[in-house]
Design a binder for this molecule. Sequence first.
Ligand SMILES: Nc1ncnc2c1ncn2[C@@H]1O[C@H](COP(=O)(O)OP(=O)(O)OP(=O)(O)O)[C@@H](O)[C@H]1O
Length: 604
Amino acid sequence: MSTTTQAGARIASASSLGVLATLRRGVQVSPEILDGLWVTLALAVAAALGRVVVPIAVQQTIDTGIGAESGPDATRVAVLVSVAAVLLVGAGLCSALVNVRLFRSTEAGLASLRVRAFRHVHDLSTLTQGTERRGALVSRVTSDVDTISLFVQWGGIMLLVSVLQIGVATVLMAIYSWQLTIVVWACFVPLFLVLRPAQRHVNQAYTDVRARVGAMLGAISESVVGAETIRAYGVGARTARRIDAAVDATRGAMVRAQKLVAVVFSSGVLVANLVLAVVVVLGSYLGVAGDISVGQLLAFLFLVQLFTGPVQMATEILNELQNAVAGWRRVLAVLETPLDVVDPGADGVVSPRGPAHVRLERVRFAYPDGPEVLHGVDLDLPARTSVAVVGATGSGKTTIAKLVTRLMDPTGGRVLLDGVDLREVRGSSLRERVVLVPQEGFLFEGTVEENAAYGLRDGSASDDERRARVAAAVARLGLTDWVADLPDGAGTQVGQRGESLSAGERQLVALLRAYLAEADLLVLDEATSAVDPAAEVRIARALATLTAGRSTLTIAHRLSTAEAADLVVVVDAGHVVEVGSHAELVEADGVYAHMHAAWVSQTR
Ligand SMILES: Nc1ncnc2c1ncn2[C@@H]1O[C@H](COP(=O)(O)OP(=O)(O)OP(=O)(O)O)[C@@H](O)[C@H]1O
């Protein structure tokens, strides 16, 4: 047994790009974030410049107003204060505008990122989706995008303003006293050097946090979806323990990340206070020596605070940045996961409607990371024929059905629809011609009628048309009595996932849906859930009408279905071992004949 390829791409836990490459790629994916960036930047520069108004005003007021050589000059003080007030109001306005503009552009960018990530998740085959827990996948499109939004709207602008503020403060400080400026930088440079490796640890810690949050959401959503089974088997305590462990792991990861951030933050505060003390002492000496005026020293102290503020904030910004980069990496990993079932789109062949003929040629298949489960299957399913696939559990029947409906592609060989490889058929055309009716059709919250109408291909049909077509299908499948007996007829609510209906009723809705789809080939995974005899008769009658004159491939769990089929295909451990009519196969006295004999002796 040799497997050359494997089906389904795995969704990586995170993209492997570095911080800058992640940001660059993130912006490429959501270019709306950059909309009007230059104006926003100009406003941010104005807002940052506004921050030095106070130190300059203080210095000017003291040195040239109050402490003027010719005595205090009240007019000059008044002018200085008025100009400073106007500039401060202007800077405040710029700052508000920056926030509004950033909020608008990032929300637009992130909304489109969410939509794109969701579409991509949707386009991934069920096989690829299955490589990650559903809840964790949802968290990539929701909470991971939120972390990006937090950073871009707050951290991003703070980063920008901080860098500008440090630059402007440095220039002004150097004008007042280059000696003290060197001292300030000399104290902060080591801090920057320490921050760099710390940043890598914080980065790792936040990647861990995002992964744990995803795992936690996965565990929680699984326990909500599987609530009935959990209750039925009384495994609530075990499930609770699993969730507790996931919550605890998330808490642990967060605490670890926050501890790192706290250490970095405290060292920033410590250095900032140290610098202020050093500047006061050295500044006093320089003042006595006549190298700096009182106004300049006071202004310098203000500037030191302007300088240290962003440096301390840098740790918090770093925090947000790491969180955002970790989130961005996880979202990008989804977008970078290649589609394994690629729709050729407009380049694809439009398969003409009419009786469908399917051929499988040397089809091989292996699930991701699994052994080969189909070993070179050859099969011819003529048009307008009802085919029943039978075989032991795990023999590969469902796998064949998924390949014929192109929920996944074979890892070897090809599946042909009217002579054309399914990989070359346009997705919309394939969906029009081939419909899979799963054992348990998923019902959406809504009415019986709305759920049946999911089968309709014409999305533009009006409500009245839809209602009329559903009613016609109900009549055609002989379900008028059943619908009339429902509490609100076709308008009866099915509840979440159809849980207000019985298993048999859910099957009827699924059959209505399949009938409305008007497919040329129906692939039916026969329901195994037992229903009462009356429902059984109703389902059988509806099925007979649904399949009449159509090509059908049924995964038969009951041999009565095989008895009624035109052709029976027997699958055993990934090989097709017999093909023929029921009578022929019984006559041949092979695998099928023995299965049938065993079944007859048990049931009749
Ligand atoms: N998603 C999956 N990932 C990995 N292995 C899988 C997956 N689905 C099925 N398999 C394996 O592939 C083999 C064939 O499975 P398949 O579902 O086609 O069997 P089946 O004949 O339809 O069985 P049943 O009658 O129980 O539905 C089995 O060994 C099964 O364990």
